[in-house]
Design a protein around this ligand. Sequence first.
Ligand SMILES: [Fe+2]
Length: 296
Amino acid sequence: MIARSLGKDGFVGEIVGFDCTEESSAQMTRVKELLFEHRVLVLRDQQLSPQSYQQFMEGLGLTICHVLQNLTVDGYPSILKISDYVAPDGKPLGVLDGGTYWHSDMSYLPPLGFATSLYAVRASERSGGTSFVDLSGAWDLLRESPELLEMFGCASPTDALNLNVIHRFGNRQTRRDHGAAQQELSQEQKSRVPGAVHRLLERHPVTGQIGVFAPSGSAMKIDGLSEEQSARALDLLEDAILANCDVYTHHYEPGDLVIWDNVTTLHRGTGVHPTENLEECRLLHRINVNYAAVTS
Ligand SMILES: [Fe+2]
């Protein structure tokens, strides 16, 4: 199995010559190694039914059902539909515009170790893509910036290791930009995602490396700082990351499978163009797994 890097410092590995429907346990071990090495994996020309797709992802970890169960594939509660198709009666085929802001999937849940995959069932040239930010250099940015450390109330980089962040489902950027995108949930759905507390600097559950975790999206408050101080510090860190860390944007073609580690990356959708034309619509099937929940 060969992976070539599409970005800097090994960011984004494209695996070539691999058919996901013919995987063995040794190959799945290799796919996992490549995921943690490259943070984002791209596998092209796959032909996956919902069943074979789910089976492949179960080889990476424990599948996690999304809170938006009304938009899943019939018979597959762990496969969420993401689509820009809207039927003439106004009903969307899947999630229309859930993630067009920087975030890490499921960072509002307590466990650590979520990977996300998107499989392109349909896509066209006009379809939106996904942009990824490599967080592997973010800890260096923070510890080498006295200004950033001070914003977080830290006298030294060591203090930053103890910072706790309160995560809630949503997008922190709505504080400074009232028009910023945000996924709306029903009261019942909200009750199932009460939030979580994570360290700003988490130890990766597999590689053991310390890195900045999910500074965007659901990261709302720093324990010990006010909401306003927290937002200012987190926004400054996010701005520094976006200005300095590597970004890769993937444009989907049918058959593309993209898998990423949410512990070491941020991502966002690049834009949605709702269409009533099935021929030019995008349909992505999404599966989340927790790779840290599997014991072998
Ligand atoms: Fe997302």
